[in-house]
Design a binder for this molecule. Sequence first.
Ligand code: SF4
Length: 84
Amino acid sequence: MTHVVLPACTKCQACLNACPVNAFHESEHILVINPEVCIDCGACTAECPPQAIVYEDDLPEDAQASLIFNARQAKHCPLIDAAM
Ligand code: SF4
């Protein structure tokens, strides 16, 4: 399981400091979460102003494409190092 960033993400990056495992990558229009790294702690969800981060099991039916998008984009978009 993983958490998923939805298209409502504004790339404000408020979530980055909350993530204990540096799971966020930067795609062209939104941040995405690497599902192979996310440990489902849920810390990022509370930090997201547009509430654009959702637990995989809570994804609405019409948002399933975001699950695939996050996984694909995380493979080739740059990792964001919260420490930088
Ligand atoms: Fe990082 Fe936790 Fe959010 Fe997963 S749920 S991206 S581990 S802060």
